[in-house]
Design a protein around this ligand. Structure first.
Ligand SMILES: CC(C)(COP(=O)(O)OP(=O)(O)OC[C@H]1O[C@@H](n2cnc3c(N)ncnc32)[C@H](O)[C@@H]1OP(=O)(O)O)[C@@H](O)C(=O)NCCC(=O)NCCS
Length: 222
């Protein structure tokens, strides 16, 4: 696949000092130069930017053509039950997609067999060379091992590129999420009682939620 870029071994340090492995693609600087010189050609090239591959999946940056696939899962109340946002309209998804395209923290998961974008993994940069992991998948693609397959690969890449620790936070009422974390090797490190709320009730009172904290350390570190 000539359009696929290989992740380099270099670790990129951004202006805030955070280590980012997601932009350390082979030839990244060359691509940026190429883009400024040959805008259209460069844009098409960047559109193809691949972060990693697994047997069944391509893990890549978002692109404008993901709109329908993104709408499919961001408009589903069951998928968003534990998320801090409500099901979105097509207009809201369009706006949301723009921020995903601009971000190197949101990774789209594409099925190799059909080209469909079936969900996303979030790898947010945190202090102390750490990342925060999150994930949201289209309900039609749950229980097929895709979330695990994509997270495993991205975690492996992160640790290979020197990330020290990955944290994750989830609702104890969402076993789909914390069971996935445990399958990925994460340890439950904490239980916070009613520490957060996303919504208020009919009397304008917070609907408090508990949180599990999970963590995974880079076993390759000394
Ligand atoms: C959380 C979420 C990503 C988990 O997705 P998932 O598909 O259940 O997770 P997995 O990829 O681990 O797949 C689980 C099952 O796929 C099955 N499976 C089928 N084919 C498989 C394969 N080829 N390889 C591996 N597992 C496979 C397994 O039985 C596995 O279950 P088990 O490990 O208990 O046996 C999904 O439920 C989701 O998107 N939820 C909504 C968003 C959300 O709540 N996000 C978290 C907020 S904190």
């Amino acid at each position: 696949m000539e359009d696929i870029l290989v992740i380099s071994k270099a670790v990129h340090q951004d202006t805030s000092g955070a280590i980012s492995f997601l932009v350390t693609l082979c030839g990244f600087d060359d691509i940026m130069k190429k883009q400024s010189i040959e805008n259209e050609k460069g844009r098409r090239f960047m559109d193809k930017k691949i972060i990693a591959e697994t047997d069944r999946l391509i893990l890549r940056r978002y692109r404008a053509t993901d709109i329908q696939d993104l709408y499919e899962y961001l408009s589903n109340p069951k998928v968003l039950e534990y998320e801090p946002y409500k099901p979105m309209t097509m207009e809201e998804v369009k706006e949301n997609l723009e921020s995903r395209i601009a971000s190197d923290e949101m990774i789209a998961v594409e099925l190799k067999s059909t080209g469909k974008m079936i969900g996303n993994v979030y790898l947010g940069k945190c202090d102390c060379n750490s990342l925060e992991l999150g994930y949201v998948f289209n309900e039609d693609y749950w229980n097929l091992g895709y979330a695990r397959e994509s997270c495993e690969k991205l975690i492996e890449n992160a640790f290979e590129h020197g990330i020290h620790r990955i944290s994750a936070y989830c609702d104890p009422k969402n076993p789909n999420s914390w069971e996935l974390l445990e399958k990925l090797g994460f340890t439950r490190e904490g239980f916070l009682q009613k520490n957060v709320y996303f919504w208020k009730d009919g009397h304008d009172q917070p609907i408090w939620k508990d949180t599990y904290i999970y963590g995974l350390l880079n076993s390759k570190e000394n």
